[in-house]
Ligand binder design. Structure first.
Ligand code: ADP
Ligand code: ZN
Length: 252
């Protein structure tokens, strides 16, 4: 108000009024602070978005209200980051001081018998089990989170088992291959996808062309459905580069 009065009074003066400068400056400051607030809000939104990707904390709160648990399934081809994602979620649960139990089928001895491991070297302690029944026998009452890796190597009883765990209030996170080396759905993962509350599909990078890979290309001669291996026997391929049988490895 004072400023406007002074400005009007100085309307005919050749030099701009210093108070106007002051006003301009203060409005610029206001804009800057509005900008900063917007920036902060954007950052917050981004964080919420990132959080929502997993948003298991929120789910946990929602679910706790009615006492029921739930099932999260992580599927994708080999090298797509399923184990990394499973380990990330398990670590967060442990940071939240929840009681976690992790299992993997005995068949998978690639890196260690007592650990689940990613191709990038992330590990998490786990118990080896032969069957779904054996897994269930080891579940402790106070366990809040049950992690299972390589779900495709379990028998069909795993479907009933994870349902039972979720019904009893536990959060179950199960990772596994959704397709075998010929591109066929890999039981029991399709059934687990059907009963899961939350599904995450992970993708690798096609080693032939760099596109998004959805397939595990077998590069060894075996025709057995289950052939445990890593980059010695498999590589990630996209739809275009995948062949539904063994193929020569890509030379890079
Ligand atoms: P999955 O459990 O799905 O087999 P992992 O979590 O064990 O996958 O490993 C994912 C890691 O594999 C990636 O972070 C990356 O370091 C490595 N990797 C090797 N080859 C590829 C590829 N072709 N595409 C993407 N990641 C790859
Ligand atoms: Zn490709």
């Amino acid at each position: 108000m004072i400023c406007e009065t002074i400005c009007k009074n100085r309307f005919f003066q050749p030099k701009p009024c210093p108070v106007s400068y002051l006003r301009l400056w203060s409005s610029a400051c206001d804009n800057l602070s509005v900008f900063k607030t917007h920036q902060k809000e954007n950052q917050r939104e981004k964080m919420v978005e990132e959080f929502a990707f997993d948003n298991t904390e929120e789910r946990r709160k929602i679910r706790r209200n009615n006492g029921a648990g739930w099932i999260e399934v992580i599927v994708g081809s080999m090298f797509s980051g399923k184990s990394e994602e499973l380990i990330r979620r398990l670590r967060r649960a442990q940071i939240a001081r929840q009681k976690v139990q992790v299992f993997k089928p005995v068949i998978d001895k690639r890196y260690s018998i007592e650990q689940i491991a990613s191709h990038s070297g992330m590990t998490h302690i786990s118990k080896p089990v032969m069957t779904a029944k054996e897994l269930m026998a080891q579940i402790e009452d106070e366990t809040q989170v049950v992690g299972i890796d390589e779900g495709q190597f379990f028998d069909m009883e795993i479907i009933q088992a994870v349902n039972q765990l979720a019904n009893s209030g536990k959060r179950v996170i199960i990772a596994g291959l959704d397709q075998d080396y010929t591109g066929k759905p890999f039981e029991p993962m399709p059934q687990l996808l059907s009963i899961a509350e939350f599904i995450t599909k992970t993708h690798a990078i096609c080693v032939k062309c760099g596109e998004t890979a959805n397939y595990s290309q077998r590069t060894s001669d075996s025709t057995a459905r289950v052939e445990v291996g890593a980059s010695d026997k498999y590589e990630a391929r996209c739809r275009q580069c995948f062949v539904p049988h063994s193929d020569a490895p890509t030379i890079v």
